[in-house]
Every structure is written in structure tokens, then in C-alpha cells.
Ligand binder design. Structure first.
Ligand code: SAJ
Length: 424
């Protein structure tokens, strides 16, 4: 079986390796020559070493060949980005269209095109189907077209890629069966067939919307708990003792490139997204709430030095896309965050420390330099490194003693060390 994977990002490249490691001949296609060159010379560069080995094992061999342009294949998998265009309030499908335009002239009767990129319901049948038909010689009935969403969790991509169940939905029964055959051979999870492509597209968006809304209820309950003088997390643990209750973790908001945008795709052709939109707003508002906690604890932010621990969007990853921590740092550093004092304006001195992030546009400090002389320490990401911190050593380095813990990393010992901890 020959498989072309279009788009070699964090989903496409591991997916290409999956099929190459399972006996298929795979063409990894990416329109960026630089990316291909880097892959050829340096190999995979994920933060998951097992995944790098898994990719590197087949990269550059006959099993996984890198190409800049589409080639003929039994299967074409589309794994390109579909960012949300906030100005238009719609998904940007230009990369999906471009991939389909490239595939169309190579398509033979009986070949199968599978979309993996997250898209608004209807995109596979309409946008991709029409683009393939318009740019090639084949009628829709002669090739197979299906949607099969990726569900890998950044941080455990390899395990999830091989182990997760998959949903497949074709534009007809034949397409569903063809897509099912491909994945059934390669993954350990079950394959669930959807009645059509739009249902599969919807199911993917429903998964991330469900998670986003559940984090929103956790965040709202955490704020309400604090209003009642109740510390949220112990209260949540108790509530979760009930067999049908499963509150998620409150935090400084929801980042990454999936949860903050996927729910918005559902609003593209529907006027019934009230709770979904509100959940988004609650999660986005958490950055401001953490700032309020900090302001309340310090009195005034003017001229204060604040150590921010964590810039990544979640624990143990290096990714800062849509990160609440990044937004928090940017707003603290903004001129509006400067508070007028007698001598004029005095900015907040923000020192960010993140042991995972390397390529940030934000200046990064070592742990000890960030803490030195700090008035406050704010935990914005739940990296493992932070749970091991010794509160005695922290209080020693700091000037003042304020800790805002937006991730539930501190326990009683932080209070006992003399720190004024504000916990979300
Ligand atoms: N978060 C909380 N509280 C929680 C859980 C998460 O505040 O209890 C925050 C995280 O800190 C982070 C954000 O939510 O900022 C998202 O993190 P995540 O680990 O929930 O999810 P992602 O965005 O890394 O990956 C999600 C996953 N979707 C689901 O779990 C339903 C993953 O399986 C998908 O493949 C991925 O989106 C995707 O590509 O769509």
C-alpha cells in the first residue's frame, strides 16, 4: 500500500511514521523545502524522544520518502493546519484547499483521500470534494473521500497515535470502508465508523468543545469557591468522590492550538452556541482573574518584581501557542499595567522562567535569577519541575512573600514556610 501524507507537522510526521513502520510505502509531502531539508539532515525534533526514534527509524529509508510535490498513492492523508481566522470568524481552509489542488491531478479511480485536519462540519464533502473534482479529471463517484480526525495529546503523541480509537466517516460506504481498512491495520484502538463525513467532523469538534466547556465550569466554580472563602481544589476533590461527578482542574485558562479554537468552528453555521461561546469567554477571562489575585495580594503592581513560572500552554510541553501564561506576561508588561506613582510611571518587572520553552519571543530567566528579589511568584504552568520546588529556598530568594498558584502546585508547606499563597 502506498500512502501520501500531506503536511509534516506534529500530526502529519508521526502519522507518516506510523504507516511507514507498519509496512506501507509512505511519501511525506510538505511544501516547505526548508522543513524537508531539516528533517533530512537533523531528523525529527519532538520533545518526546521515543517519538523521535520512531520517526528517525524510517526517515530517509524507502519506507518514508520526503517530497515537495504530490505523487500518485493509494491513500492521500491531509494533515495541514486549519487555523481560525478571527477577523472573518471562520476557519482558514486555504491549506486544505491547496493540498486538495495538489492531490487532484494525481488521483486515480479507487484512490482514497482522507482529511485529518480539524475542519467545520461539511468541509470534507463540500470544500475538499469540490476542489478535487474541479482540479482533476475524476468524478466524485470514482474516488474515495473520508474524514478521520486525529486525537493525539501533545505530550504523549506516540502512545496515543498507536493506541487511540479512531473515528472514520466517508462520504459513502465505500469510502468509509477504505479509510477503515487503512487505520485498522496500523492502530491498536478500535475503529468507529460514522454515518458520513460530516458526523465524524462534528464528533471531533464535540470532543474538544466538551473538554473546553468542562474546564470552564471548573474555572467558574473555582472563582465562586474563593468568593465563599473556600479553597477550590480540596472542595473539587470532595465533589469528585461522587460516581457521576468529574470536575477538571481550574487554571489560568485554556491554551494550545485546539481547545481555544475548535469550539469556534461549531459557531460557523449555527446560531445555537451560547454556552459554548460563554465557556470560551470564561476560560479566556482567567488571565485577568489571575492578575486580580496578584494585584489584591501585592496592593499595587507599580515597580514590583514578579517571577512568572511557566510560559508553555500546559505542563511538560514546550509549546506556547495561545498560552494563557504568554498572555499574562504580555499584559503585565504592557504600558497599561504600569501604575502611576509619585515619580511618574513605574513598570512591573516581569521575569519569566520555563525549563521547557526555548524559542520564545519572551526573555527567559533561570530559576534562581527569576526568583532573586521577587515580590511575587506566579505559577502559570504545571511543569513537573515546579512541583519539586522547596518553599524554604523560594522564600529565601524572594524579597516579599506573595505566591499566586494558578495550577494547584503548592501545599501546606508553602504556607508554613511563611509564604502568602493565593491558590486557584
Ligand atoms: N487544562 C486545564 N484544566 C484541565 C485540563 C486542561 O486548565 O483540567 C488546560 C491545559 O493547561 C491547556 C488546555 O487546557 O492549557 C488544553 O490542554 P489539554 O491537555 O486538555 O488538550 P490539548 O489541547 O493539548 O489536546 C486536545 C486533546 N483533546 C481532548 O482531550 C478532548 C487531544 O486529545 C486532541 O487531539 C487535541 O486537543 C487536538 O489536536 O485536537
Amino acid at each position: 500500500t502506498t500512502v501520501s501524507v500531506h503536511g509534516l507537522g506534529y500530526v502529519g510526521l508521526p502519522t507518516a511514521a506510523l504507516f511507514a513502520n507498519n509496512g506501507c510505502t509512505v511519501y511525506g509531502i510538505d511544501t516547505q523545502p526548508d522543513k524537508l531539508e531539516t528533517l533530512r539532515t537533523e531528523g525529527a525534533d519532538f520533545r518526546e524522544s521515543e517519538l523521535n526514534d520512531y520517526v528517525d527509524r524510517v526517515l530517509g529509508t524507502d519506507a518514508l520518502r520526503l517530497r515537495e510535490r504530490p505523487v500518485q498513492s493509494d491513500y492521500h492523508l491531509v494533515c495541514v493546519p486549519t487555523p481560525f481566522d478571527h477577523e472573518r470568524g471562520a476557519a482558514d481552509l486555504s491549506y486544505v484547499r491547496a493540498a486538495a489542488e495538489g492531490i487532484a491531478p494525481k488521483l486515480r479511480p479507487g484512490d482514497t483521500v482522507i482529511v485529518e485536519s480539524t475542519v467545520p462540519p461539511g468541509t470534507t464533502a463540500n470544500v475538499v470534494g469540490e476542489t478535487l473534482e474541479r482540479n482533476g479529471d475524476l468524478l466524485r463517484e470514482t474516488f474515495n473521500l473520508a474524514f478521520c480526525p486525529e486525537t493525539v495529546l501533545p505530550g504523549s503523541i506516540l502512545d496515543e497515535l498507536r493506541g487511540n480509537d479512531r473515528i472514520v466517516g466517508g462520504i459513502d460506504g465505500e469510502a468509509t470502508a477504505a479509510a477503515r481498512d487503512l487505520f485498522a491495520d496500523a492502530v491498536d484502538g478500535d475503529i468507529h465508523t460514522a454515518p458520513d463525513a460530516a458526523t465524524a467532523e462534528f464528533a471531533k469538534l464535540a470532543q474538544n468543545t466538551h473538554r473546553d466547556a468542562n474546564i470552564a465550569i471548573a474555572n467558574e466554580l473555582a472563582k465562586v469557591a474563593r468568593d465563599h472563602g473556600v479553597v477550590p481544589r480540596p472542595a473539587f476533590d470532595l465533589a469528585n468522590e461522587h460516581p457521576r461527578v468529574d470536575l477538571l482542574h481550574p487554571g489560568p485558562g485554556v491554551g494550545g492550538h485546539c481547545l481555544p479554537v475548535d469550539p469556534l468552528y461549531l459557531g460557523q453555521h449555527s446560531d445555537h452556541v451560547q454556552l459554548i461561546e460563554h465557556a470560551r469567554a470564561v476560560n479566556d477571562g482567567m488571565v485577568e482573574y489571575v492578575q486580580e489575585l496578584l494585584g489584591d495580594a501585592l496592593g499595587s503592581l507599580a515597580g514590583k518584581r514578579v517571577a512568572v513560572f511557566g510560559l508553555a500552554y500546559k505542563g511538560n510541553v514546550a509549546d506556547t501557542r495561545n498560552s494563557p501564561a504568554r498572555r499574562f506576561v504580555e499584559t503585565l508588561a504592557e504600558p497599561t499595567a504600569k501604575v502611576a506613582t509619585d515619580g511618574g510611571e513605574s513598570a512591573v518587572d516581569v521575569r519569566v522562567h520555563d525549563p521547557h520553552v526555548t524559542d520564545a519571543a519572551v526573555d527567559l530567566w533561570s530559576e534562581s535569577a527569576a526568583l532573586a528579589g521577587a515580590d511575587a511568584l506566579v505559577f502559570m504552568t504545571d511543569h513537573d519541575e515546579f512541583t519539586g520546588l522547596d518553599p524554604e529556598a523560594v522564600v529565601e530568594r524572594m524579597d516579599d512573600n506573595v505566591v499566586v498558584d494558578a495550577r494547584g502546585l503548592t501545599d501546606e508547606s508553602w504556607h508554613e514556610a511563611g509564604l502568602d499563597v493565593r491558590r486557584l
